[in-house]
Design a binder for this molecule. Sequence first.
Ligand code: ATP
Ligand code: MG
Length: 328
Amino acid sequence: MNQPLITVEGLTKRFDVSRSFKDVFTGNHPQLQAVSDVDFTLAPGETLGIVGESGCGKTTLGRMLIKLISATEGKVMFDGKDISEMTRTEELEFRRRAQLVFQNPFDALNPHFTILRSLTEPLHNARVPREEHGQRIAEAMSMVHLPALEHFLQSFPHQLSGGQLQRVVLARALVLRPDFIVADEPVSMLDVSVRAGILNVLREVRDTMGLAAVFISHDLALVRYVCERTITMYLGAVVEDGPTAAIVENPLHPYTKALVQAVPIPRVDQSHAPLPITGGLPDARNPPSGCRFRDRCPLAEARCAAEIPRLREVGGGRRVACHLVEPA
Ligand SMILES: Nc1ncnc2c1ncn2[C@@H]1O[C@H](COP(=O)(O)OP(=O)(O)OP(=O)(O)O)[C@@H](O)[C@H]1O
Ligand SMILES: [Mg+2]
């Protein structure tokens, strides 16, 4: 196997949460563990999906991977280098090589800038010589199937459709010829009818640019369409990791099973059944003892409350954190 592009070790993020009156008097500083002891590797060119319910820590994990926020514990190695220990020059190069594709185009694009200016800005920041800008922009626009025509480049975000805007956001990440992108719910703001177009672009980018990608979604059907490998997260922790096809066809963790059952027909334009488990995510400030999923798990036994299940290899490139799954 290739040397990993990214290695994540023991990655944990805790946020301070607001204090109640009682906390203030008792000197208590409550914290919420948004991401909890996550380990995985990503090979160059590999596409990894991260799925799980709202609030399970996907965005927080994605943001730590590209150093938009720092980790509380653990580390992220990019190409063999700890991203929290980079020199200024290494950091500049990392900021070029690792890009985020925003969910909301208006977070990524300044509404007062023309498309051309939005595409030029990252090149300028990364100190790409001016004479290369035209070529880079033409290349990125062609990747996302948008016309690199003067009138288009001179338009403003409000003059474009949602689908066009999301392609511009992707082009803005691609002008820097990155090695790695994090796409956080990149199609969730779009109409179902334009989703497939963007997902196809993401697949083409994956195939032609050999870009490693982390694709975050609460929707397993989307991840299945784009990602070779998938990680399931529950309340900040990874509960399952493996090839997407294996996970979808034969999910091992009871939580992944529930996610798969909620996607009965593997089509991206299909509406979803509700999750076949009861309740919502437990309070992340005070997670259950033992297995975090146990109070919603139909199979939970006494030891699930007593012992935290560790993520362990079960063969076929798969890892599962469940006491009830036997290694293959
Ligand atoms: N800056 C912050 N301060 C305090 N708590 C936060 C902060 N950011 C996220 N959280 C909490 O951390 C947990 C994980 O949030 P995160 O946004 O990573 O989840 P998510 O899986 O991306 O959810 P969604 O699918 O809704 O986008 C949530 O409980 C959230 O309320
Ligand atoms: Mg999120």
